[in-house]
Structures are given as structure tokens and as C-alpha cells.
Write a protein that binds this ligand. Structure first.
Ligand code: ZN
Length: 529
């Protein structure tokens, strides 16, 4: 192991090589030196430097490292730069800053987070500072960042839900320019959350224009993923048409049984737009439950003045409480009901017993109707309640998976077991696609699935030196066993790492070898040029 960790040059022999383009595999070797792929296929022995570590990989496959264009790894990567839950599933590049907010945003450096980062001797004031902070902790994987529309909005408008004035719009435009110059790969928006909920098309076009100018991408968590899904896609199309920005619909799904079967129509809408010359695509994670915050059940008007103000409206005795209960209930019934919402974490220690139970079960325990219970949980944890919502159909998921423009993502976090339970997508996404959906269900071929984890996401992000195995590319490589690869993480027991990943190289160094982390941290911060 020490020899492997110290080496700078590797000849990986007798592999089945998937190059990431979707082409069928070839048999051969891969020569890696000084962080780059030097040769692959039939490698001439005269090309192999004398000190190269040779390893017989018979029976194993190689592919480019997996590129996850939709993650929330930007906060956790500072605390856990070893990024075990990423490298153990073959991720070599993670794109953070999604759903409208990033750790590089001003809203992130809160009192709650401050002590954790200061203890590590890390702090930052802005987006460029955050990128430097990531460099300071030396992560095991590469990190690329989007900037969050929500952060820009808060920077200019504070917590207000009103529309920006022309001067304020100009300010938002200028901040977007600064972020792109600092190396962001694009912008994200989260229109189901505060403050993204308050943005209209005009405002989204404003922050998208500098992104389009720099050939970046706009990744959108749409305003609605259930009853108003088609309208939400229409809004996304309007933003891309008016701004000219390349577009990605994040974690595409149809939430709630009444909305199942809508995804094929959405995919048709995307095809039709692409036929008109609009560059719009989407990504999915391979699970039938989402992970979000309980506040998502509340109607817009409740959240208009920020979360702290919303708590005041929710408390027992508030004149609008009854109305909120009724509207939240109607909203939730339309998206599957209270028994589909499992509470994962609450802030109030007295409510910890609720973790792992669905809202219906919690309500039975306390004898209240679930809609009343939900509001009480939100009040007692000051709105900081995260949930998993079982709400999607596998037919929809499979339709999306098969679409040539849809890539695979985690929508996950960098975390460790001591921090508690999380959605299994943070731990098992890529092995789950390759095991469950490729090998067991034959939904797509192995080479096509790998393309959707490598060259497709690389091209969406315009990361030009990764995502394909060929000489001259950065040596981000995953070595795995296609017969055994599978996720082991479940909703009940998420902290079980995948099987079948043998080795992971990041920039030519093995961060995982013979199935275990080596402790090497060779990731880089990627900046858009
Ligand atoms: Zn999201």
C-alpha cells in the first residue's frame, strides 16, 4: 500500500476499458503518469517508465471518474475533505452550490456554522474566498462550483420577498458577473425554497445573462415538481429562451401519485425545445424518495418575510394558523399525503424521538391531526426540520434514466455517520445505477450508463479535461467490478458503503485502493476558464 501511495506512475493492466463516450469497451491497459492519462489500450512497453507501479486488474473494468453535477457537497467538504462517501461510490468531481445556495454565499457563514469552521482554522467572506478555503483543506475529490441565485438575492434585497428595482437588478447582474469571473461554472436557482420562491422570470433572466455570456449553465430546482410540473418546465424554458443560457433541470421528478406518468411528457417538451435550438437537459438520482425540508409544505405567503417571521404565523393562537393548517394540508394531500413524509432530523432535542417516523405516525403518538402536528414540529425546531418524502414512481424514473440528455447525480451531501442519518443517495447513487438499473433491470447498457456519469456531465459543465479516458486527459479513473457493483445504503440503514469499487484515481493519485480509502487527498478546485 505504501508503494501505491507514493507512486506517481501506474500501469493498470488487463482491464475492460469504458472510455466514457458511450462506445463499447476495449480490453487493455491504462498508463497514468504525473496526473495524466498517458496511454491506453495496447500500451507499448517502451512507453512505460522504469519506476511505474504495475498492477494486474484482470476481471475489472475502468471508466472515467464519475462527475456529479448536482451535489450539496460544498459545506461538508470543508469539514470532511477525505470525502469518504463520495470516493467510495466512484465520484471524482463534485459540483456544489446547487438549488439556489452555496457555501460561497453570504448567507452560509452563519453563527451555527462559524464555530465548526473556525475550529479548523478556515474562514471565508465571499465566493473566491470559499474556493481558496477548499484549496486550503485539500479535498480528496475535485470540486467545481455554481453560485446561488438565492444568495445573490439576499445580498441585494435582504430577506424581503418583493421584486428588485431596476437599480437592484443591475446590482444582481453585476454580482453574477463577479461570480463568473471568479471561476463559477454557472448559476443555480431553487424556486421551491425561500428566497428563490420570490423570483420571477425577469429576475432569473437578469442573473442568467452573464452566465450565458461566459458559456456557463443555469441549473434549476423548479418551482413545482408535482401538480404544476408542466408550468414549472414552461417557466424554465422561458428563462433559457430569454437569456440564452444553457439549461439543466435539476433532479427531475414527478412528485405525488396524481402526477405519476408526467415525466415522458416533460422529456418530450425538452426534446421539442432542443429541436428549436434551445440547449436544455436534466438530471436524476436513482431513488423514489426526495430529501428536503419540512417547510416545503407551507404556502408561499407564509414564507414571504423569511423563516423567522413565518414561525410567528405558525404558533398556536396566531390568527392565520387555521388558514395555514388548511392550505398546507391541501398542498400535501396533492403530493402524496403526510404518511409519505419521514422526519429525518429536528433541531429541538425534545423532538428527537420523531426522527425516522412519518408525520402521520408522529401525529398518532400525540393525538393531533397530522397537519397540526407538522406545524408544531416546525415551530419547536424553528423551521429547521429535514425530511425524506416517498413520492415518485419507478416508471417515471426509468423513462428519465433512458433519455440521452439526462445524466445521473446524487443531490447529496458530504457527511459522516456521526452526523446522523441521511438520504442514501449521498452514499450509493452511482453503484445503484450500475448494479440495480444496468445489471439487474437492464434499463440501459453499461457504456451508456457510464457516459451519463462521465462525458455527458463534463460537457454540460464544460469541463474539458475530464469525463473521457484518452491520452492527455486528467487521470480521474474508477476501477470496478461490473459483476458485483451495488449500493448497500438504505433509507433505514444509510451508512453502508457500496460494494464493487476497487480503486479510484483523482488527478493520477489513488484515493481509494483495494476497496479502501488510502488517505491521499489529490482533488483540485476547478475554476471555469
Ligand atoms: Zn434541489
Amino acid at each position: 500500500m505504501e508503494q501505491i501511495k507514493a507512486a506517481n506512475c501506474f500501469l493498470l493492466e488487463n482491464l475492460t476499458i469504458y472510455d466514457g463516450t458511450g462506445a463499447p469497451p476495449v480490453s487493455g491497459d491504462i498508463l497514468i503518469c504525473d496526473g495524466k492519462i498517458v496511454a491506453l489500450g495496447r500500451v507499448d512497453s517502451s512507453a512505460v517508465p522504469a519506476g511505474a507501479v504495475k498492477y494486474d486488474c484482470s476481471g475489472l473494468c475502468a471508466s472515467p471518474g464519475f462527475i456529479d453535477v448536482h451535489s450539496h457537497s460544498d459545506g461538508g467538504i470543508i469539514l470532511h475533505p477525505e470525502a469518504e462517501c463520495l470516493i467510495r461510490q466512484g465520484i471524482t468531481t463534485s459540483v456544489g452550490g446547487n438549488c439556489g445556495g452555496s457555501a460561497g454565499g453570504t448567507s452560509f457563514w452563519t453563527e451555527k456554522n462559524r464555530s465548526k469552521y473556525l475550529a479548523l482554522g478556515v474562514r471565508w467572506e465571499d465566493f473566491p474566498g470559499f474556493l481558496s478555503a477548499v484549496e486550503q483543506v485539500q479535498p480528496a475529490v475535485n470540486l467545481a462550483m455554481l453560485f446561488g441565485h438565492g444568495d445573490v438575492r439576499v445580498q441585494v434585497l435582504g430577506n424581503s420577498g418583493r421584486k428588485p428595482t431596476p437599480e437592484e437588478k443591475q446590482k444582481m447582474f453585476d454580482i453574477a458577473c463577479e461570480h463568473m469571473q471568479a471561476g463559477a461554472f454557472g448559476v443555480s436557482s431553487g424556486l421551491e425554497y425561500v428566497p428563490g420562491r420570490f423570483a420571477d422570470v425577469d429576475e432569473l433572466v437578469t442573473v442568467s445573462k452573464p452566465v450565458a455570456e461566459a458559456d456557463g449553465i443555469h441549473s434549476m430546482h423548479m418551482r413545482n415538481e408535482g401538480p404544476a410540473l408542466f408550468e414549472a418546465v414552461q417557466e424554465a424554458l422561458e428563462v433559457t429562451e430569454k437569456s440564452g443560457v444553457r439549461f439543466e433541470i435539476s433532479h427531475l421528478k414527478a412528485v405525488g401519485e396524481d402526477n405519476w406518468g408526467k415525466l415522458p411528457k416533460v422529456l418530450e417538451m425538452l426534446d421539442e425545445a432542443n429541436a428549436r435550438g434551445i440547449d436544455i437537459s436534466a438530471d436524476v438520482y436513482p431513488y423514489l424518495a426526495s430529501s428536503t425540508e419540512l417547510a416545503i409544505v407551507l404556502p408561499d405567503w407564509v414564507l414571504e418575510n423569511g423563516k423567522a417571521a413565518a414561525v410567528e404565523l405558525l404558533v398556536e393562537g396566531s390568527p392565520v394558523r387555521e388558514r395555514i393548517v388548511a392550505e398546507s394540508h391541501a398542498r400535501t394531500e396533492k403530493q402524496g399525503g403526510w404518511d409519505k413524509i419521514v422526519v429525518i432530523s429536528v433541531e429541538n432535542p425534545e423532538d428527537k424521538w420523531m426522527e425516522g417516523l412519518n408525520v402521520q405516525e408522529i401525529a398518532l403518538n400525540s393525538g393531533k391531526p397530522p397537519q397540526e402536528e407538522a406545524l408544531d414540529i416546525l415551530v419547536s425546531s424553528k423551521m429547521r426540520v429535514s425530511i425524506i418524502r416517498h413520492s415518485m414512481s419507478e416508471d417515471d424514473l426509468i423513462a428519465a434514466m433512458k433519455h440521452p440528455r439526462v445524466c445521473f447525480v446524487t443531490d447529496g451531501h458530504v457527511a459522516v455517520e456521526a452526523e446522523g442519518n441521511i438520504h442514501p443517495r449521498s452514499i450509493g447513487t452511482y453503484p445503484r445505477v450500475l448494479g440495480r438499473y444496468v445489471r439487474e433491470k437492464n434499463v440501459l447498457t453499461l457504456e451508456e450508463a457510464i457516459r451519463k456519469m462521465t462525458s455527458l456531465p463534463a460537457s454540460k459543465m464544460q469541463i474539458r479535461d475530464r469525463g473521457v479516458l484518452k491520452p492527455g486527459m486528467a487521470a480521474d479513473v474508477v476501477i470496478f467490478d461490473s459483476d458485483t457493483i451495488i449500493d448497500n445504503s438504505t433509507f433505514q440503514k444509510p451508512w453502508q458503503f457500496p460494494s464493487g469499487i476497487f480503486g479510484v484515481f483523482v488527478n493520477g493519485r489513488p484515493v481509494l485502493w483495494e476497496g479502501d480509502p488510502t488517505g491521499l487527498r489529490s482533488g483540485k478546485v476547478l475554476r471555469k476558464r
